[in-house]
Design a protein around this ligand. Structure first.
Ligand code: HEM
Length: 404
């Protein structure tokens, strides 16, 4: 077979501006069975499991995080000059070194140490609403839940949670569709977050404790250490990567489970939690895709992707691929593992660094919510964030339940 450039392929397109969010998603879902690749507004989307994994594991495809300002048309010199390498945008040796230095601090064992604290946090949040039989799960539970945990992990004062929450949300606006309108907010949040992180590092240098910042300061491999700028970057990555993601994934899971009362009941058994979390993330992940660009000319499946080509890997579609998951359109928290993981944490070198922590947070929260909010039902309608939001979930999730 001869290799053809991707631009020459006759591909379906999903970027018709006349389509609503829901229509576009339905179109993508209808195409995913027959097409491994389609055209989108920024380049191409790959939709099937094996291709999503292949792209994410191929080191010639680089994270497009560093290209976002260019792709979004940002020309503000202040913003462009202040950009720096983050773990999410780093590639090659730079990335390998960062991962090696920080990996131990993000092990499942480190996450497990926080499980009793996670249960305490969820219980406290439910205490505030349990007797009323009414709650907005998105606002009362999901939004605050990850913050004390990240504070505990880092060793930051718990009283600062509202600052964290706002900075995380504002910095993540860079991934949304209307970044040019929000650049000032992003810049301000990034500046404040950096300053705050520098303060935490200075404190821990004088007063080491049993927390992540102290671990990261101490992290050393063959005489190598993180510089202060790299420490700031890592703390920022934890605050930004570890809050909005978990809260939205919990919201997606609960929103989904309100439609499955029998499974909500089953979930009172904490032994089912690990499977339930994987299934909720497979069926309805808060991160539905990520973006890569070809760092050089890449040939894949007899198609040439010239250097610079932008490809979105659709984890959401890959998670519904029938060649990997039996009956993928059925949501079932008792589902036997398929042997291949759901892809909402990504794959390859940028695979989510906080996956063990996020899994623990979700596994601890869901059974407590199921036990303390029996007979949960949506009260009115769930208000979802716009589908252009990079990390998707409910903005409002009003529910009723039997008071406990
Ligand atoms: C359910 C919650 C979460 C989801 C769905 C999620 C999803 C992801 C995904 C898809 C990636 C890869 C992005 C890419 O390949 O372009 C990623 C990377 C990352 N995540 Fe998470 N994440 C979650 C929770 C967390 C938490 C709790 C933390 C921190 C404690 C965290 C920190 C990070 C970091 C630092 C990276 C960059 C890793 C690298 O580039 O090497 N995430 N996450």
């Amino acid at each position: 077979m001869t290799t053809r450039s991707v631009a020459e392929l006759d591909l379906p397109t999903i970027d018709d501006p006349g389509l609503s969010d829901v229509e576009r998603q339905a179109l993508v879902a209808s195409l995913a069975g027959d097409h491994w690749i389609v055209r989108n507004a920024i380049g191409y989307s790959v939709l099937q499991y094996s291709d999503v994994v292949a792209v994410l594991r191929d080191k010639r495809w680089h994270s497009a995080t560093s290209k976002i300002p260019e792709m979004m048309g940002i020309t503000d010199p202040d913003f462009l000059n202040n950009r720096r390498v983050s773990i999410l945008s780093a590639e090659g040796d730079v990335h390998t070194r960062l991962r090696r230095l920080v990996a131990k601090s993000f092990s499942p064992r480190s996450a497990d140490r926080l499980r009793p604290f996670m249960r305490e946090v969820v219980d406290d949040l439910v205490d505030d609403v349990a007797s009323t039989g009414r709650a907005d799960i998105a606002v009362d539970i999901c939004e605050p839940y990850p913050i004390p945990i990240i504070c505990e992990l880092l060793g930051a004062p718990r009283g600062d949670w509202q600052l964290f929450s706002r900075w995380a949300e504002d910095v993540l606006r860079i991934f949304n569709g209307n970044v040019l309108d929000e650049l000032d907010i992003i810049k301000q949040a990034q500046g404040q977050l950096d300053e705050y992180s520098r303060g935490l590092i200075a404190d821990r240098r004088n007063d080491p404790r049993d927390d992540l910042i102290t671990d990261l300061i101490a992290a050393e491999e063959a005489g190598d250490r993180l510089s202060t700028d790299e420490l700031v970057m890592m703390i920022d990555a934890v605050i930004v990567g570890g809050t909005d993601t978990t809260r939205n994934q919990l919201g997606c899971a609960v929103g989904l489970l309100t439609g499955y009362p029998d499974q909500w009941k089953l979930l009172t058994d904490p032994d089912l939690a690990p499977r339930a979390v994987e299934e909720a993330m497979r069926y309805f992940g808060a991160v539905r895709g990520t973006v890569r660009f070809a760092s050089e000319d890449i040939e894949y499946r007899d198609v040439l992707f010239p250097a610079g080509t932008v490809v979105m890997t659709s984890m959401a579609m890959a998670n519904r691929d029938s060649s990997v998951f039996d009956d993928p359109g059925t949501f079932d928290i008792t589902r036997e593992p398929s042997g291949q993981p759901q892809l909402t944490f990504g794959s390859g070198i940028h695979y989510c660094l906080g996956a063990a922590l996020a899994r623990a947070e979700l596994q601890e929260a869901l059974p407590i919510l199921a036990r303390r909010m029996p007979d949960i039902a949506v009260d009115g309608a769930i208000e979802w964030k716009p589908s252009t939001t990079a990390i998707f979930g409910p903005a409002r999730l009003p529910v009723t339940f039997t008071p406990t």
